[in-house]
Ligand binder design. Structure first.
Ligand code: PMP
Ligand code: GLU
Length: 397
């Protein structure tokens, strides 16, 4: 059958594919340790689940307004005001079925053939495909571990031309866990305002940040920038709500109205019950978030130390999110049982086959020298898993 050309522009999400593969091997009885999934291993906090149960019992099970209920929009407005010192009106907020859906909607209403969208690497896998599906061209700027994976203003300025429509930033980031400080964002903001670009700021890991580092939203830096900036956020990561599918955008009314129109002809509203749960997540007690971040921090310290003990591996200490992005390129060119491992995809396949360890190849995030490991798993799994990785890579000669 001949499918539409647009679907051939994208590949299945590799992060989700690795997780599915690890689960399938587990179902066959293999003892697989998964560092693939980018989702908190904690349960959704009880107060949030109770709010959803109450919503079902009260019959809150019908369509809601397409872009989300006023109650949820107000909870989002309250959160942005309280935590980020950003003020928005209801007409500047739209709720979608997860932040991935929010990003997809934005790309569909903003980008088209002939546009370029600047994305620093390493990037979250789906940015490239979401942009490609819209017809626009993703323009990737390399950053290196040596420079802490941070984009410099001159690099950004150099990548911008007459076709450049937008810039996507993600801090704290997936996969490197970097977090831009206010000072580091200032020069980027100056370039963005000067070049009059649209900015998508994916703040989904905002609350998962360590060592007293403070989250800074690009939107707060200069009044000019906010006029052309869309904040993207969601509840999946901070509240362990990946399955509930609630994400949102806050930004210029014209863009929000266009996203709402697109949603009215595609998904309609996000699940009514999940919206009630989201209101509780944003307005209710926040202790569970603090506890999760504490636990992630312990795991981060253990996994970074263990990885750096493998001779040849270089792993930076991330300041946020729950991923590490170590350089494993020292093992490329080595072989085991007659098979040479030459890149991150082959090393990932080797680790799954020989060590029963699931990781995501760095090439999917734009950097082939690296692997991505999510440490949203128990300390026991981290210790056992990294020991297995070490054994496996030391067998390569
Ligand atoms: N942005 C980034 C950087 C992510 O890692 C994810 C992970 N899924 C998302 C957006 C989308 O999250 P969700 O659709 O679950 O809200
Ligand atoms: N964002 C997560 C990850 O990078 C979840 C999977 C996905 O949505 O792609 O692993």
């Amino acid at each position: 059958m001949k499918l539409a050309e647009r679907i051939s522009r994208i590949k299945p999400s590799p992060t989700l594919a690795i997780t599915a593969k690890a689960n399938a091997l587990r179902a066959e009885g293999h003892d697989v340790i998964g560092f693939g999934a980018g989702e908190p291993d904690f349960d959704t906090p009880a107060n949030i689940k109770k709010a959803a149960i109450k919503a079902i019992e009260a019959g809150f099970t019908k369509y809601t307004p397409v872009g989300g209920t006023d109650e949820l929009k107000d909870a989002i407005i309250g959160k942005l005001e309280r935590e980020n010192h950003l003020s928005y009106r209801r007409s500047e907020i739209v709720v979608s079925c997860g932040a991935k859906h929010t990003l997809y909607n934005l790309a569909q209403v903003i980008f088209e053939e002939g546009d370029e969208v600047v994305i620093p690497a390493p990037y979250w896998v789906s940015y490239i495909d979401i942009v490609a599906l819209s017809g626009a061209k993703p323009v990737v700027i390399e950053t290196s571990q040596r420079e802490g994976f941070k984009l410099q203003a001159q690099q950004l300025a150099k990548a911008i031309n007459g076709r450049t429509k937008a810039f996507i930033i993600n801090s704290p980031s997936n996969p490197a866990g970097i977090s831009y400080s206010r000072q580091e964002l200032e020069p980027l903001a100056t370039v963005l305002v000067e070049k009059d670009l649209l900015v998508i700021s994916d703040d989904i890991y905002e609350k998962i940040i360590y060592d007293g580092e403070e989250f800074c939203s690009l939107a707060t830096l200069q009044t000019e920038i906010k006029k052309k900036l869309i904040v993207v956020n969601g509840l999946s990561k901070a509240y362990a709500m990946t399955g509930w599918r609630i994400g949102y955008a806050a930004g210029p009314e014209e863009i929000v109205a266009a996203v709402t129109k697109l949603q009215s002809q595609s998904t309609s509203n996000p699940t009514s019950i999940a919206q009630k749960a989201a209101v509780e997540a944003l307005n209710g007690p926040q202790e569970s978030v603090v506890a999760m971040v504490e636990e992630f921090k312990k795991r981060r310290n253990v996994i970074v130390a263990a990885l750096n003990e493998i001779p040849g591996v270089k792993c930076m200490l991330p300041q946020g999110a729950f991923y590490v992005f170590p350089d494993f390129s020292a093992f490329y060119g080595r072989s085991y049982a007659g098979k040479v491992v030459t890149n991150s995809t082959e090393l990932t396949a080797y680790l799954l086959e020989v060590a029963k360890i699931a990781v995501v190849p760095g090439v999917e995030f734009g950097q082939d020298n690296h692997l991505r490991l999510s440490y949203a798993t128990s300390l026991e799994n981290i210790e056992k898993g990294v020991a297995r990785i070490k054994d496996a890579v030391m067998k390569l000669s």
